[in-house]
Design a protein around this ligand. Structure first.
Ligand code: CU
Length: 192
């Protein structure tokens, strides 16, 4: 028998098709057999979960103890009690303080010692930081001691209450970078 090229090609394709279907059926059969023979595993999960939960419980208590210890330590070093002790007694002396690029305007240069002072702080142009530092009795203390601070903001008046304990020279320093000459933005007043 002599077949043409086309007939040979069709035969080959048919064979490939039959072989493919046959292997698919065989694979499906294997899957089916495995699926049929599989049964739910009977295992004692308690053996695993019990020690697992025990470890979890230990971790929980350890974490809780560590958290409480950390909380107590951090609360002790909080500055809140000192702030809460501060009380305003009597009418405060009101000082209007305005920040601008690059300086401060205050309507008073001499403030009382031991009496409450209220700074009404605002700004003319941009945000500034209003920081008060103590520079010693005669102003010779170069590195000032921080006293109090608030923000100086345009269109807002932030009220800062301070009772000066020490007479001497105090300086205001801008605590927020506000431009090229920010570092010279300072003002001096006296407390007597
Ligand atoms: Cu500034």
């Amino acid at each position: 028998m002599v077949f043409s090229k086309e007939v040979k090609s069709v035969r080959t394709q048919t064979w490939i098709g039959i072989m493919s279907v046959a292997s698919l059926v065989a694979i499906a059969g294997i899957f089916l057999k495995v699926a049929m023979s599989t049964q739910p595993r009977e295992e004692n999960y308690e053996n695993i979960t019990k020690p697992g939960y025990a470890i979890r419980r230990k971790y929980f208590w350890a974490l809780l103890i560590v958290s409480v210890v950390c909380l107590v330590i951090s609360v002790i070093s909080f500055p809140y009690p000192a702030i809460m002790e501060a009380k305003i007694t009597g009418e405060p002396v009101v000082v209007k303080a305005t920040g601008f690029q690059f300086g401060w305007e205050l309507d008073k240069d001499v403030l009382p010692v031991g009496k409450p002072v209220r700074f009404d702080v605002t700004a003319k142009d941009v945000n500034h930081g209003f920081g008060i530092y103590y520079h010693g009795k005669d102003g010779s203390l170069k590195k000032g001691i921080f006293v109090a601070q608030t923000q100086a903001m345009p269109d807002y008046i932030n009220k800062l209450y301070v009772t000066f304990k020490d007479p001497g020279v105090y300086r205001i320093w801008c605590l927020e970078y506000c431009g090229a000459a920010h570092h010279i933005m300072t003002y001096e007043f006296r407390v007597e």
